[in-house]
Design a protein around this ligand. Structure first.
Ligand code: ADP
Length: 371
């Protein structure tokens, strides 16, 4: 019998990423990306043209960025749940509307299969109130659903589970810090498998310095730019989302290029790197305090999995806190889950490749099977 497979779709503002996965074995049967998408119907036609036969296909999993307060578990998509995601569009204007277009076309193409949404916010749904709430007017926060939702949750959950499995320890007894450092970047503190803090907030703009996003800034900057520099709300939003972060400071988003420029004496690139590392260290220190102590710190995503210098500089000089890297392990090239802390370091430092598609596929199969 053919093993069950799930088609995972990630419909973004200009691309549709797809992966056909066998959740049980973790085998990826096909994956790809359709870029410069204008018409989502056409994009899905292209996806189906590129896919092998779909004999074992049992469900279509859709990555949806924002689930708001009402949607958090893997959610069967029907007219009612789709209407809720539509209502959430103002909270995630860049992300939820294209996901909905992808969902609509995929449901037309595969009407007999269950379509399931898995939300980036889900893992952080039950953050403790102290971490989830902003210190703003309570009535306004409630009326407008303003709280810290957190994002990259599928990755933080998956990586924290994989870290426990790698260490062969029950997740329930581990304190963990997970650093998802890709183009977007976020940190989380996880106690016993449950997220207790995360760096992204109402939107994915809060927290760490990212490829093109500023992360934390003084909200006063926005009023100042609006009033004094006469920038519009749209200009400010675009600047903070697309022309800030490592790119805004150093003119580059890719860390490989950034290092080359630093090596060539580019002071702007150096500043960008230093601001990035400084912010990252503040979050690591903050989460150590939130947790009291941590058993494991895990790096994941493009930068976290590949950039040994970022890992070294993020944790340099923290021996007094029980964090000691092994230089050889840190710089060894590998695509596997691995330990990079020194033998005897009280805190284990790991690199674990994230796999959001597999995590989404497993959530979908679990929902289909009632597992
Ligand atoms: P996304 O958030 O788009 O999913 P990824 O997790 O794929 O991003 O991370 C992309 C980033 O990873 C790139 O912008 C680049 O800075 C970084 N990256 C990828 N490979 C390497 C590498 N070998 N060394 C350093 N950085 C890398």
């Amino acid at each position: 019998m053919t093993a069950p497979s799930v088609l995972v779709l990630n419909s973004g503002s200009s691309s549709v990423k797809y992966e056909l996965v066998e959740p049980d074995s973790g085998v990826s049967l096909a994956h790809g990306i359709v870029e410069r998408v204008v018409d989502y119907g056409e994009a899905l036609k292209q996806v189906f043209a590129e896919l092998p036969d779909l004999d074992g296909l049992v469900a279509v999993g859709h990555r949806v960025v924002h689930g708001g307060n009402r949607l958090y578990g893997p959610t069967l998509l029907d007219d009612d749940t789709i209407a809720i995601i539509e209502e959430l569009a103002p909270l995630a204007p860049l992300h939820n509307p294209p996901a909905l277009l992808g969902i609509a076309e995929a449901r037309k193409a595969l009407p007999d299969l269950p379509h399931i949404a898995v939300f980036d916010t889900a893992f952080f749904h039950d953050l403790p109130a102290a971490a989830a709430e902003y210190a703003i007017d309570r009535d306004i926060a409630e009326r407008w659903h303003i709280r810290r939702y957190g994002f990259h949750g599928t990755s933080h959950r998956y990586v924290s589970e994989q870290a426990a499995a790698f260490l062969d320890r029950p997740i329930g007894e581990l304190n963990q810090i997970v650093l998802h450092l890709g183009n977007g970047a976020s940190a989380s503190a996880v106690r016993g498998g449950r997220a207790v803090d995360t760096s992204m907030g109402l939107t994915p703009m809060e927290g760490l310095v990212m490829g093109t996003r500023s992360g934390d800034i003084d909200p006063g900057i926005m009023f100042y730019l609006w009033r004094t520099a006469q920038m519009s709300v749209e200009d400010i939003e675009t600047m903070l989302n697309r022309r800030a972060g490592v790119y805004g400071l150093g003119g580059e988003t890719d860390f490989r290029e950034l290092h080359k420029r630093i090596d060539g004496g580019d002071e702007q690139a150096r500043l960008a790197y230093e601001v990035y590392i400084h912010r990252l260290r503040k979050y690591i220190g903050g989460y150590l305090a939130v947790l009291g102590s941590t058993d494991v710190i895990t790096f994941t995503a493009g930068v976290g999995e590949n950039d040994a210098a970022v890992r070294r500089d993020a944790l340099a000089g923290l021996n007094g806190l029980g964090i000691e890297l092994d230089d050889g392990l840190n710089t060894a090239k590998s695509h596997d889950a691995r330990r990079i802390s020194a033998e005897g370091s009280p805190v284990q430092v790991l690199v674990i490749p994230t796999n959001e598609e597999l995590a989404i596929a497993r959530s979908c199969l679990a929902l289909c099977d009632g597992r």
